[in-house]
Ligand binder design. Structure first.
Ligand SMILES: [Zn+2]
Length: 244
């Protein structure tokens, strides 16, 4: 049940007709995993915390660096050198004390990925590499957990929601791991900001069961022209992750 303070805090969401108090209660009873609290994860964790998701697990094994601060809005100069999950934990609780945050300072690997995703109802991608994304994609398909893919490069962004056993998965979409050319991709803060906002929207829609998710549809953003392109994706029957 929501307290009087929570009802006031979330009032502007609660008055949304399809959402209502029941939608807010669903968020409060939800547990999500945000994989990576960099540019994407800084923003999705902020919106999802403020929206009142009851339990958020953050996983990341990086420390805050000066060159993160153009886009990783959870951090500031005084956090440089700190573990991102610890700074994020503290900052998010300051934003909303009604949310439980579990920080995990670990690199996601084959050996720990199952225990990390266990119990989450939605996994939000905040990663910076495809190897880990594919690992998460495959465990989410196996464990039947929706996975909200988000990626950025320069002025380009992409997002797709994967519903296991219903929609194509990330491996169907990319077939092979895309080659990652550089150690550091160029990035302006507003691109992860945009993509992570859309990921937060997707997570809330799935958890509260409102609207239609971007399931089976890849939304691409081209910042150079300001254009969005929505394309239907196809399931690969021979997909090693989700194929028959
Ligand atoms: Zn697949």
């Amino acid at each position: 049940m929501l307290s009087r303070k929570e009802l006031d805090r979330y009032y502007r969401q609660i008055i949304f007709p399809d959402f209502d108090v029941r939608g807010q209660e669903k968020l409060k009873n939800s547990h999500i995993l945000i994989a990576g609290v960099g540019g994407l994860g800084s923003l999705s964790s902020t919106y999802l915390t403020r929206a009142g998701i009851g339990h958020i697990t953050l996983v990341d094994n990086d420390h805050v660096e000066l060159s993160d601060l153009n886009r990783q809005i959870l951090y500031q100069d005084e956090n440089i050198g700190e573990r991102k999950v610890d700074s994020a934990h503290k900052r998010l609780l300051e934003m909303n004390p009604h949310v439980e945050i579990t920080p995990i300072f670990e690199k996601i690997r084959k050996e720990n990925v199952l225990s990390i995703v266990k119990g989450a109802q939605v996994v939000v991608d905040g990663l910076d590499n495809f190897e880990t994304r594919f690992l998460l994609n495959s465990i989410c398909v196996k464990e039947n957990i929706p996975f909200i893919y988000g990626g950025i490069d320069g002025l380009n962004g992409a997002i797709m929601t994967i519903i296991p056993n219903k929609t194509p998965c990330l491996t169907c979409l990319f077939k092979n791991t895309p080659t990652e050319k550089k150690d550091f991709l160029p990035v302006f803060g507003f691109v992860p900001g945009l993509i992570a906002s859309l990921q937060s929207m997707e997570a809330i829609k799935l958890l509260a069961n409102i609207g239609t998710p971007l399931a089976g549809k890849l939304l691409l953003f081209d910042g150079k022209t300001g254009e969005f392109l929505l394309s239907k994706t196809n399931k690969d029957n021979d997909c090693p992750v989700c194929g028959k």
